[in-house]
Design a protein around this ligand. Structure first.
Ligand SMILES: [Zn+2]
Length: 228
């Protein structure tokens, strides 16, 4: 199976990818990791990409697509992959789909975890750190820390948690969500482009999941849709 997974930050996309990897043995590929690897190793593509990022410009498809396709054609991806974090605009989406078809490894599943922007933002702002590493989030009831006097404590271990949410965090969160939810040239429009492509291809499985559900409910919905 070759899967594209989409969802805004805060939708639990990473968690769901990890669950899918466990269930299916597919390889989880994060696009950020690919770009970092090329930059670190100083490959030809990495050097070319750097000339754009140094000027604060978007790296063009002629550079990003070969990086992604190269990664997806390595041996650890022979049994399938889940690509996370790419494409981020319609032109990348169509270029990737075309490159995969040309390589005889067409895309066969698209998963979109849907979450309203304000819910995603509340979750990102509500992340809290427990000294024992338990997941805590003031915006997610199942893992919300508890009020104890004027402190918030972890429901699992009763240790005080720290909620990190300053203006800088909020700005960074807004920037990332702006890119995701941009309906003209952002990730949401990339998803729509992939969906219209898939509409004429009955063999492509397009799965929409409500990101407000709990982790297990979401993973069960995805597994059922995949027939796993
Ligand atoms: Zn704890």
């Amino acid at each position: 199976m070759r899967i594209l997974i989409f969802g805004p930050n805060g939708s639990g996309k990473g968690t769901q990818s990890a669950i899918l990897v466990k269930k299916t043995g597919l390889t989880h590929i994060e696009s950020g990791g690919i770009f970092r690897e090329h930059a670190k190793k100083g490959t030809e593509l990495g050097k070319k990409a750097k000339t754009y990022t140094d000027q604060g410009q978007l790296v063009p498809d002629e550079i990003t697509i070969p990086m992604i396709v190269d990664r997806l054609s390595r041996s650890d991806c022979a049994n399938g992959w889940i690509l996370d974090g790419f494409p981020r605009n319609p032109s990348q989406a169509m270029a990737l789909i075309q490159a995969l078809e040309q390589g005889q490894t067409p895309l066969d599943v698209v998963i979109e975890i849907r979450l309203a922007r304000e819910v995603a933002k509340a979750r990102l702002m509500g992340r809290a750190t427990c000294p024992n590493g338990h997941p805590n989030n003031t915006a997610i009831p199942a893992i919300a820390p508890i009020k104890s006097g004027n402190q918030l404590i972890c429901a699992k271990c009763q240790q005080p948690v720290t909620v990190r949410q300053d203006d800088i965090d909020e700005q960074a969160i807004d920037v990332r969500l702006n890119i995701y939810f941009d309906e003209q040239n952002g990730t949401v429009s990339a998803i729509r482009a992939v969906e219209s492509w898939a509409a004429n291809r009955p063999d492509v499985n397009v799965i929409h999941v409500d990101g407000e559900g709990d982790i297990q409910a979401i993973s069960e919905t995805i597994a059922a849709a995949l027939g796993r």
